[in-house]
Design a protein around this ligand. Structure first.
Ligand SMILES: Cc1cc2nc3c(=O)[nH]c(=O)nc-3n(C[C@H](O)[C@H](O)[C@H](O)COP(=O)(O)O)c2cc1C
Length: 151
């Protein structure tokens, strides 16, 4: 399997810890991965075997974090279907907002519409219940790894 690409959308930095914790768990399970703190579609492949793990918080009123906006715009400019891209997605948000985890929900919807195939369910971490969100990913990552091993 090719190197997993971990794409991070974060404004305050918390989601970077989630991504780094995910990378540790994935490496313990034998998967190589690369972290992208400023995701750039030009550095990614849309070819077969491409697997993204998107770790994405929500800001503004349901918006993408600043560092993720250009990636979302780049995706809009892709005309070919993303049939060869597979992805997992972890949203981080605060349930006090009506737009809880809206950025992750939107990105999930957009990728699916473009033909990419999600691996596993979308994880949504509520910082109200989990103030240290990276402590809440191991069960989900274990299931995700099972799905990766089944590919
Ligand atoms: C100005 C601001 C706006 C926010 N808007 C939302 C929102 O619309 N929906 C949501 O689920 N969480 C929202 N949040 C909560 C953040 O997603 C949450 O604090 C998250 O942990 C931040 O992750 P980060 O440190 O990676 O940026 C907002 C937080 C701030 C400070």
């Amino acid at each position: 399997m090719s190197t997993l690409q971990i794409l991070v959308g974060s404004t305050l930095g918390g989601t970077e810890y989630v991504a780094e914790a995910a990378q540790v768990l994935l490496e313990e399970a034998g998967f190589d991965s690369e972290l992208h703190f400023d995701p750039d579609l030009n550095t990614l492949s849309l070819s077969e075997d491409e697997i993204w793990l998107i770790c994405l918080s929500t800001h503004g009123a349901g918006d993408y974090p600043e560092n993720f906006k250009s990636f979302a715009e780049q995706l809009q400019g892709v005309n070919a279907p993303l049939n060869d891209v597979r992805y997992g997605i972890i949203g981080i948000g605060d349930s006090n907002y009506d737009t809880f985890c809206e950025a992750a929900k939107n990105m999930d919807y957009i990728l699916e519409e473009m033909g990419a195939v999600r691996i596993g369910d979308r994880l949504e971490i509520d910082v109200v219940d989990h103030p240290i969100p990276e402590d809440n990913i191991s069960n989900w990552i274990s299931l995700w790894i099972e799905d990766l091993n089944d590919l």
